[in-house]
Design a protein around this ligand. Structure first.
Ligand code: PLP
Length: 387
């Protein structure tokens, strides 16, 4: 008997039909994320268009250098100094003072949400939201084996209190996720709606998460849900440094809630989840809050002007529809073939987001030069599509 020449290679080759034991519900899933394309004008993921100033960069570099000297040690697991700074920031920004123990943070508010669902969702439990809303929510639910249910928003993207309360009573969720201002519509929730949700949730009981990723951009007169924390131990208000704070690359999200709720999140977090470098960089950025908040005012003015301009445009024989917005983006439409409009803008070097209900597109507020480029391109595209 002869041994085939390649027998030894055969022996170590992979079995031809090796199938990884992937969770079946992940079989057809693809990783989440908007296209990251290198084009001149990127208005697709609601970032702050202004890079940190030299002063901010210098402070962050100094703080990170100091942290680097202690990198042989694990970081402060409870990030006490950062929590105190975040509590101070919230007091200045919204007038609501919470204790540092009422603040929680993680690598982006995405991880904060995951902690919330790890603690309060899970097998046999349900998370409820109202669509259209943030497309990441169902992923947190999936990853924590939490059932995911959505009610609906009204035509103008607001929430109808009766529908919301009925749905809560029917679905009996353990977590209710409400983005305010909502992504992708820009709609902020009036406090009486949040209070009605809190009352219905208390009877279940459910935790109510108000996702205020865009809160700093709200128009004057729109209150933050932070004002409701004192009376509602089942409320969590999440925030992020990714949008208004011009630090999407930092990955720092946080929330304010009752100490009891925060203590539950401390149980599910990975030990040392916030690196010493992240903690130091975040504190460095927060030290410049006055400068950064001034920039937010400029972006709000730019946003309001963009809404007025869009509403003055006509497409397919009628004015463009533009959703009221308290965020740093605008949802507008409708287009018979929104993908064609999106692609035509991209061909002109402008990247926006194809999201929201059919026919709508979302554009982030950029610098005045970026907004001007977007307007020129949109006029060009709409004229071309109509001729
Ligand atoms: C951008 C965004 C966030 C922020 O996510 P990070 O992980 O903090 O960057 C949270 N919620 C909504 C609705 C968002 O649009």
């Amino acid at each position: 008997m002869t041994i085939p020449a390649d027998a030894s290679t055969d022996a170590v080759a992979r079995p031809a039909r090796m199938v990884l034991p992937l969770r079946p519900e992940l079989a057809d899933e693809v990783p989440y994320g908007a296209p990251q394309l290198d084009v001149p004008v990127r208005l697709n993921v609601n970032e702050n268009p202004y890079p940190p100033s030299d002063a901010v960069v210098a402070t962050i570099a100094r703080e990170v250098a100091a942290a680097a000297r202690g990198l042989n040690r694990y970081p402060d697991r409870d990030f006490a100094a950062l929590r105190a700074d975040l509590a101070d920031y919230l007091a200045v920004e919204s007038g609501v003072r919470v204790a540092p123990e009422q603040v929680w943070a993680a690598n982006g508010s995405n991880e904060v949400m995951l902690h919330l669902l790890q603690a309060f969702g899970g097998p046999g439990r349900t998370a409820l939201s109202f669509a259209p809303t943030y497309s990441m929510y169902p992923e947190y639910a999936r990853d924590t084996h939490t059932r995911w249910i959505t009610g609906r928003r009204a035509e103008d993207f607001t929430l109808d209190v009766d529908h919301v309360v009925e749905t809560i009573e029917e679905v009996r969720p353990s977590v209710i996720l409400l983005a305010s201002p909502n992504n992708p519509t820009g709609t902020a929730l009036p406090p009486e709606v949040v209070e009605a949700v809190l009352d219905a949730a208390a009877a279940i009981p459910a935790v109510v998460v108000v996702d205020e990723a865009y809160a700093e951009f709200r128009r004057s007169g729109t209150p933050s849900a932070l004002g409701l924390l004192a009376d509602h131990p089942h409320l969590a208000v999440t925030r992020t440094m990714s949008k208004a704070f011009a630090a999407a690359g930092l990955r720092l999200g946080y929330l304010a809630a009752s100490t009891e709720l925060v203590d539950a999140l401390r149980v599910v977090r990975l030990p040392y989840h916030l690196s010493a470098v992240t903690q130091a960089a975040a504190r460095g950025a927060l030290a410049h809050r006055t400068e950064l908040l001034a920039q937010v005012d400029a972006l709000r003015a730019e946003r309001d002007a963009l809404v007025v301009w869009l509403r003055a445009q006509r497409h397919a024989g009628r004015p463009l529809q533009v959703a009221d917005t308290d965020a740093n983006f605008v949802l507008f439409g409708t287009f018979a073939d929104r993908h064609a409009t999106w692609q035509a803008l991209l061909d002109r070097g402008i990247l926006i987001r194809e999201t929201g209900p059919d026919g709508w597109l979302r554009v982030s507020v950029g610098t005045p030069a970026e907004t001007a480029a977007f307007k020129d391109a949109l006029i060009d595209v709409m004229t071309t599509q109509e001729s």
